[in-house]
Ligand binder design. Structure first.
Ligand code: CTP
Ligand code: C5P
Length: 337
């Protein structure tokens, strides 16, 4: 039988505000239920109407969803209440959503129409992460900042370490349990081809945002195989201070793995880019964005080795956004969320 099997087209919609690995995991499951995945993303106006303004604007949210490797296509300004007409317009067989109830401004299930017509399937929601939870962590991360003002970076960590009632600055508020299964599901499982140009970058990659995405897109244009080294929670806390990182190492790994520009990640990469690391991964080029390069604990330059080999390049992401700016956005609008 040479009859071509009909392609199953899946529709998933949402706000996708502050895109995290929970969203990515939902999209991954949606993609597994068919062959082609279309993500419908709501506009700022539509979200404001139903639940208040999003943290990220629609241009940022569209770009973030487009960069998730399981998404084949995105539809901008998708209606908040999923319509049969929309599914038909994009030839989608059914709509997929996490197993939580989403309601519109008037308290109605936003999926009631597709549910009644039998064009609705459910995926498992990822426990331990949500936009609300991340906002909570960010507000917590800034509390000590306001209490002690500047110059507190070391003090905060030490104080929290001594205070038995307080939570660890870098992992205490995370309720997500990382398993090897989840990491396998998120990974590409591809090794570089012998002719591939291998590019290495390292960083915190905390609260994976559109600035990091723009950076990784530019980095991917420098070679064929992008390896991202993710620093440990302790390393990030040493150079970012306060209660950073907001996401623990495993959460940051999953966020980066979900990005289509990334081929592989190093879980807990050394802060210094060593000769061993470069030789082991056959790294042809090491890149860093235009953000300041923090010295190693002993004061040395973490990029001394790639620089001495003529294999270091600064990449302009063209985007100024940092994790700290996101935290500031949240504080500024905290009453709205
Ligand atoms: N989702 C999930 N697991 C999470 C968070 C979201 O599976 N921890 C899913 C939702 O069920 C939905 C999709 O991600 O199918 C994107 O929808 P969105 O409206 O952005 O999700 P929210 O539920 O609003 O996400 P959050 O609570 O994080 O804001
Ligand atoms: O701050 P973090 O360590 O997560 O940054 C990872 C990499 O992304 C760094 O090389 C940094 O310079 C780059 N970056 C960028 N543009 C941004 C934010 C980060 O190029 N807006």
């Amino acid at each position: 039988e040479s009859k071509k099997k009909k392609q199953t087209r899946v529709w998933m919609d949402g706000c996708f505000d502050m895109v995290h690995f929970g969203h990515a995991n939902a999209l991954r499951q949606g993609k597994m239920m068919g062959d082609y995945l279309i993500a419908g993303v709501h506009s700022d106006e539509e979200i404001s109407k139903h639940k208040g303004p999003p943290v990220f604007n629609e241009r940022e949210r569209y770009k973030m969803v487009r960069a998730i490797k399981w998404v084949d296509e995105i539809v901008e300004d998708a209606p908040y209440i999923t319509q049969i007409e929309t599914l038909d317009k994009y030839n989608c067989d059914f709509c997929v959503h996490g197993d939580d109830i989403t309601v519109s401004a008037d308290g109605k299930d936003t999926y009631h129409i597709v549910k009644t017509s039998g064009r609705y399937k459910e995926c498992k929601r990822t426990q331990g992460v949500s936009t609300t939870d991340l906002v909570g962590r960010m507000l917590l991360a800034t509390k000590s900042h306001f209490q002690h003002d500047d110059n507190v970076d070391k003090g905060t960590v030490e104080q929290i370490a001594q205070d038995k009632s307080a939570k660890s600055p870098w992992t205490g508020t995370c309720h997500f349990l990382a398993t090897t299964q989840k990491i396998i599901q998120f990974s590409n499982g591809r090794e570089p081809n012998p002719s591939d140009k291998i590019v290495y970058v390292a960083g915190a990659f905390d609260l994976f945002h559109v600035g990091l995405l723009d950076f990784l897109e530019k980095v991917s244009q420098q070679g064929d195989f992008v390896i991202v080294g993710i620093h440990t929670d302790q390393a990030v806390n040493r150079y970012k201070g306060r209660n950073y990182p907001i996401m623990n190492l495993h959460e940051r790994v999953l966020c980066v793995l979900a990005c289509k520009y990334v081929s592989e990640v190093v879980i807990g990469a050394p802060y210094e880019v060593t000769a061993d690391l470069m030789d082991h991964f056959k790294v042809d080029l090491v890149c860093h964005g235009k953000t300041p390069i923090m010295p190693c604990a002993d004061g040395s330059d973490p990029y001394a080795v790639p620089k001495s080999r003529g294999k270091f390049r600064v990449i302009d992401s063209g985007n100024e956004l940092t994790t700290m700016m996101i935290v500031e956005r949240i504080i500024k609008h905290r009453l709205e969320y």
